[in-house]
Ligand binder design. Sequence first.
Ligand code: HEM
Length: 218
Amino acid sequence: MDKAPVASITDCFKISIRRGGFAWEATNKNLIFNLHPLLMLLGLILLGGEAIISYKSLPLKKQVKKLIHLVLHALALALGIIGIYAAFKNHNESGIANLYSLHSWIGIGVIVLYGIQWIYGFLIFFYPGGSPTLRSETMPWHVVFGLLVYVLAVANASLGFLEKLTFLENSGVAKFGSEAFLVNFTALTTILFGVFVVISVLSEAPAPIEDDHSYSSI
Ligand code: HEM
């Protein structure tokens, strides 16, 4: 299962290296764009997925799992914001219009919902924390909403791959060439990873470790 995200990140690297690599400042603006898929996959898909799996499956105390969950999601969100900024930077410096595609509209929706979900989770479940009733009543919604945003992010990444490959094919890349296969298989490994994240949420969690606050020597 853990091979899928690694494959999708290394494949994404390969695609970008074939397309000249990465840069924040460059005369070749495509190098700025190349940061976009890399950061989106590393952030929202990989770290976001690990944040979800870790809370469900790590055999640790609840407080520790919560901390890992929120830190991984914060990193995912930060990389996602920088990744979207890179796409805007590429468009602005190349004179291309912003927000014209379905991918970009859903992308803005995903990042906004991800941010709202993180802020709500932090305030209600971590610090300062909501009342016990509010926490228990809204926890199922936090799970459903979080999973929905994650699935939307995976679906939107697939749209992004489709859009990018269509641009490449329109500019001469062979439809059955190695680059086309690389892009499509990167999308497939991304979807596969998303499927395993969803399965991990629906599956049974290991028994939690109870903290009895007793003293134990190191
Ligand atoms: C969940 C992950 C992703 C999100 C939230 C996202 C979001 C966005 C947003 C908001 C834009 C608009 C930028 C602008 O209008 O200036 C954009 C552009 C773009 N993205 Fe993504 N993206 C994601 C993943 C990907 C991936 C994996 C690819 C694959 C190559 C990709 C390809 C593109 C392309 C080609 C554009 C430029 C064309 C357009 O604006 O539709 N995206 N993305």
